[in-house]
Design a binder for this molecule. Structure first.
Ligand code: A2P
Length: 355
């Protein structure tokens, strides 16, 4: 075989390899799209889209959350819910960095939420707190930043225990915190801003001074706490809603649990609906929010359950199922906020929840 023939053959092989590589890439891309296409989205006013199922990271321990985030992204999740107080943003950030460097996802393909902790409600504290979350998450912008609670602690206080460690609404009105959120948005540090655990009257208070209307309220929501009135209020005021603790957050620390809490995961009616659809109880609970056009962020650090929860998007509850779930007859709030109230606090439960 002459030199020219060898060169021609080599050219053919590398050309074929190139074609194979290209075909491989196209198939991978197509598969990725297929996975994502099954997802449903909520749409912000500017057209940005929020994948309706996100991975919750509250209670996900360092040492576990890194794998959880990577499993979730590999399974097709594109929405990760974080918060400074979860004390794991550093490890979530390592997972993002790994996912980006491995080409698993690009930054712009994922939707990342974080939350302003109670000790940074003064105007001048909001941006430094957000920047700290960005540093830990190894990102240069957030998709969504939320005021975590309508409760303020003094700067540097992790969890207020005495009256002196709290700020009152007189010290730091919610309008001041919201102005800080608007500034963060205007500086391009976050694409969207909103809140978590805000009731109707607190939302109305923010609306009064807001130059940028809040776009999200993240609240506890499941069949035991369907939040009909608050959801209707948010939607009629142009806000999207995200459901937290959709499975009842059974892995909470004992000190924030009550005795004899009712169990969503062991509820007979939810089980019957799961049997009817040949799916799991967890999937029914997740599908419950999706069918109400509410995003939902089940937490898991178990690879199998992470996949199972994402597959809830395919559970097709019918009108009878939804009616039954919305009228389940058990009324219960798991995260009741009583850890922020009491004699050593200026706040009462009426600052948090409407009756
Ligand atoms: P794990 O992390 O071991 O999967 P919530 O989202 O309401 O906070 O609930 C989180 C709790 O529910 C965790 O204990 C989590 O455990 C568990 N969990 C997550 N997904 C499922 C599921 N599909 N079925 C049952 N339990 C689940």
């Amino acid at each position: 075989m002459g030199n020219e023939q060898i060169q021609e053959l080599l050219g053919k092989i590398s050309g074929r390899r190139l074609v194979n590589t290209l075909i491989g890439l196209i198939i991978r891309r197509f598969k990725k799209d297929l996975k994502i296409k099954k997802m449903k989205y909520l749409t912000f006013k500017n057209g940005d889209q929020l994948p309706m199922i996100g991975l919750g990271t509250w209670k996900s321990k360092p040492g576990e959350v890194y794998d959880a985030v990577l499993w979730a992204l590999s399974a097709g999740y594109r929405h990760i819910d974080c918060a400074a107080i979860y004390d794991n943003e550093k490890e979530v950030g390592k997972a993002f960095e790994k996912a980006f460097s491995d080409g698993l996802v690009k930054r712009e393909e994922i939707f990342v939420t974080s939350k302003l902790w109670n000790n940074s409600h003064r105007f001048e504290d909001v941006i430094p707190a957000l920047k700290n979350s960005l540093l830990e998450l190894r990102l240069n912008y957030l998709d969504l930043y939320l005021i975590h609670w309508p409760i303020a602690f003094k700067n540097g206080v992790g969890f207020a225990q005495t009256r002196e460690e709290f700020f009152t609404y007189k010290d730091v009105p919610l309008s001041q915190t919201w102005a800080g959120m608007e500034e963060a948005h205007n500086q391009g540090l976050t694409k969207h801003i909103g809140m978590s655990n805000f009731n109707i009257s607190k939302l109305e208070e923010v609306f009064e001074s807001a130059e940028i209307k809040p776009e999200m309220n993240q609240i506890e929501l499941h069949p035991f706490l369907p939040q009909k009135k608050l959801v209707e209020f948010c939607k009629s005021n142009g806000m999207l809603v995200t459901a937290y603790s959709p499975l009842g957050s059974g892995d909470r620390a004992a000190r924030i649990k009550k005795e004899n809490e009712p169990s969503l995961l062991e509820n007979d009616m939810v089980r019957a609906i799961a049997d009817k659809h040949n799916c799991t109880v967890g999937q029914v609970l997740i599908a419950f929010s999706i069918h109400r056009d509410i995003a939902v962020i089940p937490k898991s650090t178990n690879e199998g359950r992470i996949k199972e929860n994402l597959a809830s998007i395919q559970v097709d509850l019918d009108a009878d199922d939804m009616k039954a779930l919305l009228n389940i007859g058990t009324d219960f709030r798991y995260i009741d906020g009583s850890f922020f109230t009491g004699t050593k606090s200026p706040y009462t439960l009426s600052d948090l929840w409407e009756k």
